[in-house]
Design a protein around this ligand. Structure first.
Ligand SMILES: NC(=O)c1ccc[n+]([C@@H]2O[C@H](COP(=O)([O-])OP(=O)(O)OC[C@H]3O[C@@H](n4cnc5c(N)ncnc54)[C@H](O)[C@@H]3O)[C@@H](O)[C@H]2O)c1
Ligand SMILES: [Zn+2]
Ligand SMILES: [Zn+2]
Length: 325
């Protein structure tokens, strides 16, 4: 049996690389696994040898100690891999296939899945709708920043690449398909971006840049990206976006006015989440982006909010805790 080295969350600011159990087609007990899920059979699943994975902004919230992630959680929800073992009930996926794994674990059989709301599948986490690999409050499924990982409901879950050699040539780009690109696209889509829209994207991290490019694909006439990090804004400019450095300019509406001739946009996306910085030198302000996008979006416009907001933030500073009371 092969060893299985994996990235394990130990506590705020600390991860280690550990040998963990080689996966089988059963959901075993472990950190964050609800009792009702222990020993659940996954004959509809496969074992993947991981080829590529990403570190997500969502992992960083956990590693910074800003969530209630349990010690021992194996991280990694952005997985691309080769199928090396196939469960008894898998019909279409084959050994040797190379596939992308959507980060939302979903059964494909419940009402939510059948109405395309796979992020709130009701069959994969007894504690609340929705599950993900290696993620806090998402069912305790073992993550894919590891050498081997089990993926359930393989026929429904896996996006198999039709040409293996071509897939391997572009594998680093294809790794974006598990989360970053569809999350960014979903942000732009739910913000209602269409031909001619003017769009503001808060955040020039991977998700923000994917949302910005998606807005272009959806036909936006102008895409404005805001961040406090100049190097990230430079990347946004490299593919045709306008940018606003929010460290230097704290009045977002005025900056948008200088670009568009009006101080508002048709649609806006929050690609930052709860660890947002206030504009200028204000420091951390969890609602900064939500307030900003509501402020600059025209009446009747829509907002896309892929940015993460958690139910409990144990790492919040005492000052902010007092402000919230
Ligand atoms: N909903 C989902 O399924 C899903 C999936 C992936 C990521 N996410 C979330 O999306 C968010 C972005 O992910 P990422 O990987 O790009 O993260 P990231 O941390 O790399 O990027 C966040 C960026 O936001 C910038 N920022 C901070 N405050 C800002 C402000 N007030 N205005 C504009 N920009 C500001 C930061 O400088 C940083 O560049 C995170 O909250 C992540 O957890 C959600
Ligand atoms: Zn992610
Ligand atoms: Zn389902």
């Amino acid at each position: 049996m092969s060893s299985n080295r994996a990235v394990v969350y130990q506590g705020p600011g600390e991860v280690t690389v550990e040998d963990i159990a080689y996966p089988d087609l059963v959901l075993r007990d472990g950190p964050g696994v609800p009792k009702a899920n222990v020993n659940r059979k996954c004959e509809h699943g496969v074992i993947l040898k991981v080829i590529t994975t990403n570190i997500c902004g969502s992992d960083q919230h956990m590693v910074r100690g800003r969530t209630t992630a349990p010690q021992g959680l194996v991280l990694g929800h952005e997985i691309t891999g080769e199928v090396i073992e196939v469960g008894r009930d898998v019909e279409f996926v084959k050994k040797g296939d190379i596939a992308s794994v959507p980060f939302n674990i979903a059964c494909g059989r419940c009402v939510m899945c059948q109405t395309q709301k796979t992020h709130i599948c009701t069959n994969v986490n007894p504690e609340r709708p929705g599950a993900a690999y290696g993620y806090v409050d998402m069912g305790g499924w073992v993550g894919g920043q590891s050498e081997y990982v089990m993926v359930p409901y393989a026929d429904f879950q896996l996006l198999v690449f039709p040409d293996k050699d071509l897939a391997m040539e572009k594998i680093l780009d294809l790794t974006m398909l598990t989360d970053i690109f569809p999350t960014g696209f979903h942000g732009a889509y739910t913000a209602g971006v269409k031909t001619g829209s003017t769009v503001y994207i808060a955040g020039a991290g991977p998700v923000g840049l994917a949302a910005a490019h998606s807005a272009q694909l959806l036909g936006a006439s102008a895409v404005i990206v805001g961040d406090l990090n100049e190097r990230r804004l430079e990347q946004a400019r490299s593919f045709g976006c306008e940018t606003i450095n929010l460290k230097e300019h704290d009045r977002l509406g005025e900056q948008i006015d200088q670009i568009l001739g009006v101080p508002e946009v048709d649609a806006a996306v929050d690609a930052v989440g709860f660890e947002a910085s206030g504009h200028g030198e204000a420091g951390e302000q969890p609602a900064a982006v939500l307030n900003a996008i509501m402020d600059v979006t025209q009446a009747g416009g829509s907002l896309g909010i892929p940015g993460l907001y958690v139910t409990e933030d144990p790492g919040v500073s005492t000052t902010m805790r007092k402000l919230a009371l």
